[in-house]
Design a protein around this ligand. Sequence first.
Ligand SMILES: [Zn+2]
Length: 154
Amino acid sequence: MTQPDTELRVSKIENGTVIDHVTAGEALRVLAILGIDGTEGETVSVGINVPSDRLGRKDVVKVEGMELSQDEVDVLSLIAPDATINIIREYEVIEKSRVDRPESVVGVLTCPNTNCITNAGEPVNTHFDVLDTGVQCRYCETIIRENITDHIET
Ligand SMILES: [Zn+2]
């Protein structure tokens, strides 16, 4: 067996999350979704265009000391539909799951339509239905087709 050891490309982590099988080239957008820019002092390892049996090329993101919320996983699935989430505790994978494309995402994205009720200061959570071609605001029916991550609530 002379399988290349891709695991050596990014260091192991003690506690945290490994997001594997990210669509090649999307790792930096994944970091943006998770709000990670390094200023919090968290240890982050990123592999970009790593050889993958399943995908040809993939990205890998490892974040020390952080577990993802379901909302974050839902948005992640929009740009990295093949991703697997590995929760690590004491260097062991204690949970491994594939992301699921959600039917809708709530309270994660902002609507680009300034006249939308979700932008009117009302206590309304944004609610987007996930389509094959993008996501659609349930209130004003505006569709976001590209750069979905630019619309993540901050
Ligand atoms: Zn809207």
